[in-house]
Design a protein around this ligand. Structure first.
Ligand SMILES: Nc1ncnc2c1ncn2[C@@H]1O[C@H](COP(=O)(O)OP(=O)(O)OP(=O)(O)O)[C@@H](O)[C@H]1O
Ligand SMILES: [Mg+2]
Length: 260
């Protein structure tokens, strides 16, 4: 029997000094689903992602996979639990080639030696599977465009075999064509059965590529919508906080969570 993997956060809270970055946040992403995380600057989106991938420790709350509480207190714990992340700042090494970057931190070795040919071979195969247009895995990353670098960071996350891939503003710094390429990869990941969490400020993109939209405001979940059942205007009012709207929306949200 195959079950759908579900990554869930319950009651997450995080304070930085005087700022309550997250407050009682519940969040969920299923395998085979793209969940867009939207909200104004400082809403708490990156903090939520960082907690889910073990980079930030919450003050309270828990993370569950398929209903079981998991301890994710270091980035390695997230990898072990099938969660990988591509940060806003990509953390690639420009002076190394594509293959080395795809395997960064998880290099293939034999008798202690790095297996560069094997890594190049596998990197080329992976780029092909994701339909990433980079002519050779021997190219230095510093010679690539922003979009290509973004794709390599995503390929690295995918290579870890994760069920969930978390992307923090993967298209923010890209031109339209490169953005489209990254969004195509997001769709490929979903089609391959991964759960994708996508932080983005671009509503058109989010409406085009996501299955569900979660809006955060002031460290809380302001509401969520199935993408098919919403529109730009509704999402914008959730982001900026139309009070009458938010009340209605929170009711919807609790109904929807109970129903799952
Ligand atoms: N390491 C930190 N130290 C202190 N304050 C932090 C830290 N990280 C986040 N914050 C604060 O927590 C709040 C939420 O920040 P977060 O980065 O999660 O927002 P965001 O929704 O990702 O915003 P953006 O869209 O600008 O990336 C902000 O007020 C921010 O200043
Ligand atoms: Mg952020």
């Amino acid at each position: 029997m195959t079950t759908t993997a579900i990554l869930r956060a319950e009651g997450l809270a995080k304070r930085f000094g005087g700022v309550q970055a997250l407050n009682a946040v519940d969040f969920e992403c299923k395998a085979g689903e793209v969940v867009a995380l939207m909200g104004d600057n400082g809403a708490g989106k990156s903090t939520l992602i960082r907690i889910l991938c073990g980079a930030t420790k919450p003050d309270s709350g828990q993370i569950l996979i398929n209903g079981t509480v998991r301890s994710i207190s270091r980035p390695q714990d997230a990898v072990t639990n099938g969660i990988s992340v591509v940060y806003q700042d990509l953390a690639l090494v420009g002076s190394m080639d594509v293959a080395r970057n795809v395997f960064l931190g998880h290099e293939l070795r034999k008798f202690g030696f790095i297996r560069i040919s094997k890594m190049r071979e596998e990197a080329t195969m992976l780029l092909g599977q994701l339909k990433i247009n980079i002519s050779s895995s021997k190219l230095q990353v510093e010679s690539l465009s922003g979009g290509q670098r973004q794709c390599i960071a995503i390929a690295r996350a995918v290579r870890l075999g994760s069920d969930f891939v978390l992307l923090d503003e993967p298209t923010a710094a890209l031109g339209p064509e490169q953005q489209a390429n990254v969004l195509r990869i997001v769709t490929e990941l979903r089609n391959a059965g991964k759960g994708v969490v996508l932080i983005s400020h671009n509503i058109d993109q989010v409406l085009a590529v996501s299955d569900r939209i979660v809006v955060m405001r002031g460290g809380q979940v302001a509401g969520m919508r199935n993408t098919k059942e919403t529109n730009t205007q509704e999402i914008v009012s959730m982001i900026v906080g139309d009070q009458s709207f938010v009340k209605h929306n929170l009711q919807n949200q609790s109904t929807s969570l109970k129903g799952e």
